[in-house]
Design a protein around this ligand. Structure first.
Ligand SMILES: Cc1ncc(COP(=O)(O)O)c(C=O)c1O
Length: 378
């Protein structure tokens, strides 16, 4: 079964396989098959996933609350830590209330279908994350796709369409291109057309706006019409996701979002880790400063070497080096230099690329090694 399909994937250089890693390594390193690489593949932008006080917080929570949550949140799976994290993340995001979801994927596929349903219209950026696309597919609303970051196109389309409710959905930082949605213009369009704005701030949280995310970055005040989704799994180095929004929206999600209702709650240790990570991000801005300094150093080096990086504006930097085969070879060559920077291929993206993500944990030497490896592989 499926052998022809698998053979076709192999033939087209699109076969994926899992590379599991070994135990914790020094910062920004990854151990694969007992070889240590400098890791440029992680969304752990602030290097928090191995932070001692976060690990300690998780360990303490296991001792206090046990490991598995044992049930969904609406039954008995939640702890007082869940409620505390929701309160803190809502404050951090400047919104009324928040709700924790088990992952960013779950948040999008659970919330979008109940925020826009039959008779409604969703306007979605063509490069939105797969979880948004799947959330839109599950919704009975009409879907209208606008060209990537093209506010004129969005404006044209939103004028034409008439439905009960309109909702515009966009990634804030696009996960594969590393560019940023023009949120100011998008939010103005939403205000003009009385549309809900749903933002996926998975890669903006902890990275933009002193860590508070894209709204703060653009100086946009949260309103009841703005719904902010974000994750604890990237810059916060933990796991899980949240939606921060108006109280009524949160009540509605608690009562209707299937991925929230019908799934076991996140364990308390994960919640304790997210709480500690949030505490660190709020109190130590030096990590975000390092992240952006590293990003600028790498980006300048890439420009000096003449690499094409699409429109990257953030620590996510796509490097376009050729077709799928060339990109795979490039990534393999980098591995010979002990650099782990994976090739991203269709169908995840249309244009194959090496997706580099630089973090606060990289050193100047790490970045120079990457640049050297890239110069050699070119
Ligand atoms: C923009 C965006 N949204 C959602 C997700 C899903 O988040 P999670 O990994 O927590 O499921 C990702 C993860 O890759 C993402 O990049």
């Amino acid at each position: 079964m499926f052998s022809d399909e698998i053979e076709r994937l192999r033939h087209d250089n699109l076969f994926r396989h899992i590379k599991d890693r070994g135990p914790i390594c020094p910062p920004a390193r990854i151990l694969i098959n007992n070889i240590e690489y400098i890791n440029f593949s992680s969304n752990d932008y602030l290097g928090l996933s191995n932070h001692p006080s976060i690990i300690e917080a998780a360990n303490k929570a296991i001792e206090k609350y046990g490991l598995g949550a044992g049930a969904s949140r609406l039954l008995s799976g939640g702890t007082e830590l869940h409620a505390t994290l929701e309160k803190k993340i809502a404050e951090f995001k400047g919104s009324d209330a928040a709700l924790i979801f088990n992952s960013g994927y779950t948040a999008n596929i659970s919330a979008i279908p109940v925020l826009a349903s039959e008779g409604d219209i969703i306007f979605s950026d063509e490069l939105n994350h797969a979880s948004i696309i799947d959330g839109c597919r599950l919704s009975k609303a009409k879907k209208v796709i606008y060209r990537h970051r093209d506010v004129e196109h969005l404006s044209e389309l939103i004028k034409k369409e008439h439905g009960k409710r309109k909702m515009v959905i966009t990634d804030t930082v696009f996960s594969m291109d590393g560019d940023i949605a023009p949120l100011k213009e998008i939010s103005d369009i939403c205000t003009q057309h009385d549309a809900i704005l749903y933002i996926d701030d998975a890669h903006g949280t902890g990275v933009l706006g002193s860590g508070r995310g894209a709204l703060t970055h653009f100086g946009i005040k949260p309103t009841p019409q703005i719904i902010q989704m974000g994750t604890f799994s990237k810059a916060l180095g933990s796991y899980g996701a949240f939606i921060a929004a108006d109280k009524n929206v949160i009540q509605w999600l608690i009562n209707t979002a299937r991925g929230f209702i019908y799934s076991t709650a996140l364990p308390a240790c994960v919640i304790a880790a997210s709480l500690e990570a949030l505490n660190i991000v709020q109190n130590d801005l030096s990590l975000i400063k390092n992240l952006w300094q590293n990003r600028e150093m790498l980006f300048k080096g890439l420009m000096d070497l003449g690499f094409y990086t699409i429109n990257s504006e953030t620590p996510i930097i796509p490097i376009v080096v050729g077709d799928t085969n060339t990109t795979l070879k490039f990534s393999e060559l980098l591995m010979h230099h002990n650099i782990y920077a994976p090739a991203i291929r269709p169908p995840t993206v249309k244009v194959p690329r090496i997706r580099v993500s630089v973090t606060a944990a990289h050193t100047e030497e790490d970045i120079n090694k990457l640049l050297k490896g890239l110069r050699f592989a070119k």
